[in-house]
Design a binder for this molecule. Structure first.
Ligand SMILES: Nc1ncnc2c1ncn2[C@@H]1O[C@H](COP(=O)(O)OP(=O)(O)OP(=O)(O)O)[C@@H](O)[C@H]1O
Length: 471
């Protein structure tokens, strides 16, 4: 079985004592840090650093030929981007201060508790990962490029904001830290998660678990699995989803609905990197990268005490928010055409021609169900289609079932308040005239669509327009 090495860069241990190199490698590997190389001759260290992508060095001080202090200075000069941690047999304040001044990230005494050294190495790895991600992100934005556009082939969009999301996805895809994907229902979060997994280069599977509606016991059993006889009815041992996702991605959907009890368990899993299958007292290491998604406003849930602060901050380190379709209306014609092709193929029909007014009608609608809703409308329309121009009926019916511009339920931003910054309110008749003119403009002159936007019948609107013209 191939195992994904973590982190993506190597951790180099330099010490002339082979026993220490061996025991430290094992300790770090047990803590989940598997990308380790060792060097027992300090004169070889710089050469190894040019041959391997080294991100962190653990360096002994007392070594023959080339001392740790000398090597530290050479590393700081030739590889300033590499983080060096001193692990010395000497507990000397003066030496420690000197090393820190020469650029060391941290200083530990070998006799110190191993757990502290491991924590220090993990902190250095985390900082290095963030540095690399930031650099990557800066480059991507600077050159506005996508390294792997093919990873996003299923996501149809021409929107700039979505393109920035793709760039962010590429920048964090290799990170082992959790990733939070938010956005209203139906915006395409699952597609983003699939791209994240594809780009992670992880050889394991993408395993998705929808945690909404699972009680604490079900969450534990599903994620952690159980040993045989763990509880009445557990006749056979069962692997948890964490294990199924080994060397892959564990995708926890609807995380905003996770109960407070299960939130504690998830936090512990992310912090310790360990879990216990139910009925077992032997911990297992998680080897999957965790991605979570929710359509809920986690910050609001956190403020209401329904979501733990510590978990929220842990999850938020890498956060991407997929905008609703109403905020990227230029995507509507692209998606319309895409789904039309898919639906026609699925129903074995010729791709229909679109009525001219359809794009206008759809552009006036807010799509509370986002892309999923548009897709359903198109499939419905194509299933009824008899040939020639596509009928608007399925769309008009679907939109009619929902109040137009249902997004009014969303909290209004100042810029969405039509009276924001307006000192003088228009008179009643003037307001109606303004409203009518705006609806006709948005409907590109189509009176039946404009009437729908205003919530009046078409004859009523027509009468009003005639009155305005003095007819
Ligand atoms: N940009 C897009 N291009 C093509 N298809 C899309 C796009 N966005 C969404 N879809 C399609 O719309 C449907 C809903 O997308 P998806 O399941 O990814 O949404 P979601 O945000 O995960 O929703 P939920 O929060 O309800 O789980 C899917 O069939 C998906 O393939």
């Amino acid at each position: 079985m191939t195992t994904t090495l973590y982190p993506s860069f190597s951790i180099l241990l330099v010490d002339d004592e082979p026993d220490w190199l061996y025991s430290m490698s094992i300790t770090l590997e047990r803590a989940g840090l598997t990308n380790i190389i060792t060097c027992a001759d300090s004169r070889e260290a710089l050469k190894m650093m040019t041959e391997h992508a080294v991100g962190v060095v653990l360096l002994d001080l007392t070594m023959p030929h080339l001392s740790g202090e000398e090597l530290l200075e050479r590393i700081a000069e030739e590889h300033p981007e590499v983080t060096v941690i001193i692990v010395s047999g000497l507990n000397q304040l003066e030496t420690a201060v000197h090393c820190m001044r020469s650029g060391a990230f941290d200083y530990y005494v070998k006799t110190a508790e191993e757990g502290r050294i491991v924590k220090g190495v993990k902190r250095a790895v985390r900082e290095k990962e963030l540095q690399l991600e930031n650099r990557e992100l800066r480059n991507r934005f600077l050159y506005d490029r996508l390294e792997h556009p093919e990873a996003f082939r299923d996501i149809v969009t021409g929107d700039k904001g979505m393109r920035s999301i793709f760039q962010y996805v590429e920048a964090v895809a290799l990170s082992s830290q959790p990733i939070l994907v938010t956005g209203e229902s139906g915006v395409g979060k699952e597609l983003i998660v699939a791209a994240l997994h594809r780009l992670s280069g992880r050889k394991g599977e993408l395993v998705a678990v929808n945690v909404a509606g699972l009680d604490d016991a079900m969450v534990s059993d599903t994620l952690f699995g159980h040993v045989k006889g763990a509880y009445t009815g557990a006749g056979e041992a069962r692997k948890g989803m964490i294990e199924q996702a080994a060397d892959g991605t564990l995708f926890l959907d609807e995380i905003g609905d996770l109960s407070l009890g299960s939130q504690v368990k998830l936090l512990r899993l992310l912090q310790e990197g360990e879990y216990y299958p139910i009925g077992s007292d032997r911990p297992r290491r998680i080897r999957a990268r965790v991605v979570v998604a929710t359509h809920q406003d986690l910050a609001a849930r956190q403020a209401a005490g329904q979501f733990r602060n510590d978990l929220y901050y842990r999850l938020r380190a890498h956060h991407l928010h997929v905008p609703p379709l109403r905020k990227r209306k230029d995507d509507i014609p692209l998606l319309l055409d895409h789904f039309l092709g898919l639906a026609a193929r699925e129903f074995g029909k010729k791709k229909p021609t679109l009525p001219k007014e359809l794009a206008v009608l759809l552009s006036t609608y807010d799509f509370p169900g986002n892309v999923r809703e548009l897709k359903a409308m198109v499939y419905d329309a194509v299933s009824l289609h008899q040939g020639g121009v596509l009928s608007m009926e399925a769309f008009v019916r679907a939109i009619g079932e929902r109040p137009v511009q249902a997004a009014a339920e969303q909290p209004a931003e100042p810029s969405e308040n039509p009276f924001f910054g307006v000192d003088r309110l228009p008179g009643f008749t003037e307001a109606i005239d303004l409203l009518v003119a705006e609806a006709v403009r948005r409907a590109e002159g189509n009176q039946s669509i404009a009437a729908r936007l205003l919530g009046v019948s078409q004859p009523t609107l027509s009468k009003r327009l005639k009155q305005q013209r003095g007819e």
